[in-house]
Design a protein around this ligand. Structure first.
Ligand SMILES: [Fe+2]
Ligand SMILES: [Fe+2]
Length: 127
């Protein structure tokens, strides 16, 4: 892999770890039972994505809590539907970030399929 690809994979790996914390945090604070279930399910997927990327980078990264704290704050301040909108956009943006990598790293196609599913799962939670 090129140095640029390695940097992109590491950035994505960090993003997946951070997303894991974001969804775990949302699962913890939401008052909607269905959302609790869906956020937990997505969190588990993000953990798998981080593991897939680690299989390419061979570097162990640690999740960073900053975004999860911010999103949790926004959830309380601006509400459920506002944050669902952010999650939808974030998932769609991550699909675009994976697109240049998918031909050289075949396991990324599954991640992209999952991110699309996550965006749809998030939208299904709009109230
Ligand atoms: Fe992911
Ligand atoms: Fe996702």
């Amino acid at each position: 892999m090129t140095e640029e690809q390695k940097q992109q994979l590491l950035k994505s790996q960090q993003g997946e770890l951070n997303a894991l914390l974001i969804y775990q945090r949302l699962a913890k604070i939401t008052k909607h039972p269905k959302a609790k279930e869906v956020f937990s399910e997505i969190a588990a997927d993000e953990g798998k994505h981080a593991a897939t990327l680690k299989s390419y980078t061979n570097i162990v990264l640690k999740p960073k809590a900053g975004k999860a704290i911010l999103v949790g704050f926004l959830y309380k301040l601006l509400g459920h539907n506002f944050v669902i909108g952010l999650l939808d956009k974030g998932e769609m943006k991550s699909i675009e970030s994976y697109r240049p990598l998918k031909d050289d790293f075949p396991k990324i196609q599954q991640i992209m399929d999952d991110e699309l599913k996550h965006a749809e799962m998030a939208r299904s939670l709009l109230t």
